[in-house]
Ligand binder design. Sequence first.
Ligand SMILES: C[S@@+](CC[C@H](N)C(=O)[O-])C[C@H]1O[C@@H](n2cnc3c(N)ncnc32)[C@H](O)[C@@H]1O
Length: 263
Amino acid sequence: MNAFVKLVNIYEAYGYSVQTGLSPLHFPGHSWADIPFTYFIADEKRAAKGGGIAIAEIYFLDALFSHYRPKNIFVVGNAFGWSTLALSILNPDARVVAIDACPRPEEEEGIRLTNQIASDFDLNLIAVNARSPEQVAEVARIHLDGAIDFAFIDGGHTNEQQNLDFGAIKPVAAEDCVYLFHDVINFMLLESFTKIIQETPSLEGHVLFRTPSGMAIGFPQSMKPLIGEAIHAFSEPDAQVQSLLETGRNNITAQRNGNGSKS
Ligand SMILES: C[S@@+](CC[C@H](N)C(=O)[O-])C[C@H]1O[C@@H](n2cnc3c(N)ncnc32)[C@H](O)[C@@H]1O
């Protein structure tokens, strides 16, 4: 079964309605930074604060792992388990470990639910209440069988925290580890991503403009034959990015001056 369809089925089976993949244009008054992402509704309330990855981002993961098969996957930011489960479903032979600092009871419930689903569906994963950067090395040592091959960083959304997350994972990661960062564009984390790539000569960096959060990925050249095509397919060419940004700025100026057009 398709990974996204399987995920929706799973959460519904545990009594949650899934809200995901909506367009900001269809729901005026909602934030563009919120509405495309994934939430779990029970008793008309969101079960967790942190939104899960968008449908297009699951589609990206599906593409990324079509040839590339990491063995040890580490996730910072479990929330309600959506991306942790997606990574496990897409990599059935991998061990997946996810941490969440659990600032609220909702994330603790997310840890419990993720582990319950893992047990019920025989998925090789564990979610742990732990904080990055302090507990990354310890959790990886206890729960993984070897160095981290793929890291998904979706925890605290500040430049400082993203640096700390990467800095904690790198020493316990394999040489050819691939690092995927969520929300880099939406939460203005490019400064940290650029610094990470500049200071890590072994990594090549790409911003994945074709993902709703503006994910970014760092990977060694040696991985290019396995993941290069997927990364290319989810990256907008630089010239098109610049042209779109410029057209957008011109449209805003024209609208402010009262002569905007629809196209
Ligand atoms: C956006 S949510 C993660 C969503 C999740 N990756 C998904 O797609 O379903 C961010 C999560 O990171 C957790 N978090 C924030 N700072 C953290 C830290 N320093 N260490 C571990 N978890 C953290 C928050 O509690 C929150 O649940």
